[in-house]
Design a protein around this ligand. Structure first.
Ligand code: 13P
Length: 254
């Protein structure tokens, strides 16, 4: 059985003081809920603090993006090696906010996925359709294109080193989460696509749902057979809410 994974994407939020309160609250709030995995993806300047506070605990940490290059004249970028130096386990790749505003492309995301796994990181590959694409009924076409961009780069075997997160753009930050049935439908479709290429990888890879996951809807989303956890934005800015989401994932242990 796949263990659930709940990841906080704190985006460009936090401060040394508020991060400390959040991470300490998370450590305390998940102490008795160890049937799921948890991770916190923080802005790069806070990796040092995340490592200092979480080292030795069951909670992992990671970055929110990284360069596909190892070093060089890439002002403002962070390399995979820099993330591993701070013992990151995860890195978010291809978030829609970066696809739309940071000009990440399917191809460059595929390259990042490969570079991340080679560096020993577990990339969390974000895919998902926009509202227009959803309304046009082409969610399957868009998400498969985004997934195939990575599979073409590294082969289906390469996927095994990472995590996939289905995040419909229309559900991100809107308070309008996809219904559990819709999310389950798409995740099952994505897993089915992977299964055609490699049944073992399809069975074991974790596919998360992201987009307005909150303390009220997490348990129902996580009860769906193909939803292996959540990638959580806004609700990760409130310690009690995020802890409740983690507890829901742990309680769903089967
Ligand atoms: P929200 O949880 O705020 O909708 O954000 C989701 C997200 O973008 C996580 O990566």
């Amino acid at each position: 059985m796949r263990r659930k994974l709940v990841v906080a994407n704190r985006k460009m939020n936090g401060s040394l003081a508020s991060n400390k309160a959040f991470l300490e609250g998370l450590l305390a709030g998940t102490r008795d809920y160890q049937n799921a995995d948890y991770a916190v993806c923080v802005p790069h300047p806070y990796l040092f603090q995340a490592e200092a506070l979480l080292k030795g605990s069951a909670i992992a940490w990671g970055g929110q993006n990284m360069s596909r290059y190892e070093s060089g004249a890439y002002t403002g970028s962070v390399s995979p090696g820099m993330l591993t130096e701070f013992s990151c386990e995860y890195v978010i790749i291809g978030h829609s906010e970066r696809r739309q505003r940071g000009h990440d492309t399917d191809h460059s995301i595929g390259e990042r996925f490969e570079v991340a796994t080679k560096a020993g990181l577990k990339p969390i590959l974000c895919i998902g359709e926009t509202l227009d694409e959803y309304e046009d009924g082409i969610t399957d076409v868009v998400t498969i294109r985004q997934l195939n961009a990575v599979i073409n780069e590294i082969g289906v075997e390469g996927l095994a080193g990472g995590v996939v997160a289905y995040e419909p753009v229309w559900a991100i930050g809107t308070g309008k989460a996809a219904s559990p049935a819709h999310a389950q439908n798409i995740l099952s479709f994505l897993r089915g696509h992977i299964e055609m290429l490699n049944a073992d990888i399809a069975k074991n890879i974790r596919i998360l749902y992201g987009g307005s996951v909150n303390a009220g809807n997490a348990a129902e989303l996580f009860s769906m057979p193909d939803i292996d956890g959540g990638l959580v934005g806004s609700a990760s800015l409130n310690t009690a809410d995020f802890v409740a989401i983690c507890q829901a994932a742990s309680n769903d242990y089967r």
